[in-house]
Design a protein around this ligand. Structure first.
Ligand SMILES: O=C(O)CCC(=O)C(=O)O
Length: 334
């Protein structure tokens, strides 16, 4: 089988950095015109939410004179439910499919996950508005939210800012070289909204701030501890986090399983997925090209029809124990 012709190849220094440090910033991956469809559709979705809120009497006006970077910050001073719902509500827009299947992004994923690539179910849109209790995300490893049988496999997080993500705007922080052993212990944070690693577990380790310009990405492993803090500016720190894994790992994508690929587990049975609540799908493949998802319509339909399956409550923290009335399930917070 000929290797995929990669259009975007990382150099050896970058690959080594990722392996040793557990993260890598790629400063220039996307051109503005590749991100613009996403920004346009989010803006239209926000516009619709504002008009509906005005009609419902929960917002005095639509704030349509403000641009993408500022509008939600103004809306949010009057109505916090809109930003919260866009953060939590698993927004699925056609352009998200275009971004997730961007060939340069898949080239990056292929260099770590191999040529049979699954877009992991868990992607999130994050409008980090200034001064919100829920928009700082405490230290955690993504695997804390995933099934334990995937802890030692790579699920690649690609964090994509849609505006320049600076320290003042609440960009990501990472804990370098902390991604190789067993998971750190996690407990519910103060709001019972997120899972959190108590910081004393990091000992003498030093965190690193990871600003990323628009057009760049931060990639991390599922065991890389990371966090983001308050946005101290009037700009909304819009970002998306996307995830990829090899098709050989547990997945609920509707694909033919090949010899040596995970199918079932004597412990958990089938169907098996690293994150059962939401649906995975195949985005690049040499071995089953006909099963690659081709259209945004299929992506939207899959998000609507997937049958929710509870993730294992591996930290003894059930949904019923949550204190935050706005949060429906902690699985959404990854
Ligand atoms: O975007 C953020 O502020 C947090 C993102 C995050 O924790 C993640 O991608 O797992």
């Amino acid at each position: 089988m000929p290797a995929t012709q990669l259009q975007f190849r990382l150099d050896e220094r970058q690959t080594r950095h990722f392996g040793e440090e557990g993260y890598l910033i790629i400063e220039r991956l996307f051109r503005d015109e590749e991100l613009q469809p996403v920004i346009d559709e989010i803006s239209a979705d926000l516009d619709r939410r504002c008009r509906e809120a005005v009609a419902a009497g929960t917002l005095s006006r639509t704030y349509s004179e403000y641009d993408f970077e500022h509008r939600l910050a103004h809306v949010d001073r009057e109505n916090q439910a809109i930003s919260k719902s866009m953060w939590d509500n698993k927004v699925a827009l056609p352009s998200f499919f275009g971004l997730m299947t961007n060939s340069k992004l898949l080239d990056v994923a292929e260099q770590f996950c191999g040529p049979e690539i699954i877009a992991s179910a868990v992607y999130r849109l994050r409008p980090k508005v200034p001064s919100h209790a829920w928009s700082p995300v405490p230290w955690h490893q993504d695997s804390a939210y995933l099934e334990a049988y995937c802890d030692m496999s790579l699920i690649l997080t690609v964090w994509v800012p849609l505006v320049d993500a600076t320290e003042e705007r609440g960009c990501m922080w990472v804990m370098p070289r902390a991604h190789k052993g067993a998971l750190f212990f996690h407990h519910p944070d103060n709001m019972a909204h997120y899972l959190e690693i108590p910081v004393d577990q990091f000992g003498a380790r030093k965190p690193l701030v990871a600003p990323v310009p628009k057009g760049g990405v931060l990639i991390m492993t599922n065991r890389t501890p990371h966090a983001s803090f308050e946005n101290k500016t009037d700009v909304v720190r819009w970002s998306m986090d996307l995830r990829y894994q090899s098709a050989a790992l547990p997945t609920n994508a509707d694909i033919t399983r090949l010899p040596n690929e995970a199918l079932s587990s004597p412990v958990v049975g089938v169907p098996l997925a690293c994150y059962p609540p939401e649906p995975d799908f195949l985005v690049r493949s040499q071995l089953r090209p006909n099963e690659v998802m081709k259209t945004a319509e299929e992506f939207i339909a899959l998000r609507k029809t997937h049958v929710y399956k509870e993730a294992t409550d591996r930290w003894g923290y059930s949904v019923a124990q949550r204190k935050d009335p706005l949060a429906k399930t902690y699985e959404t917070e990854l």
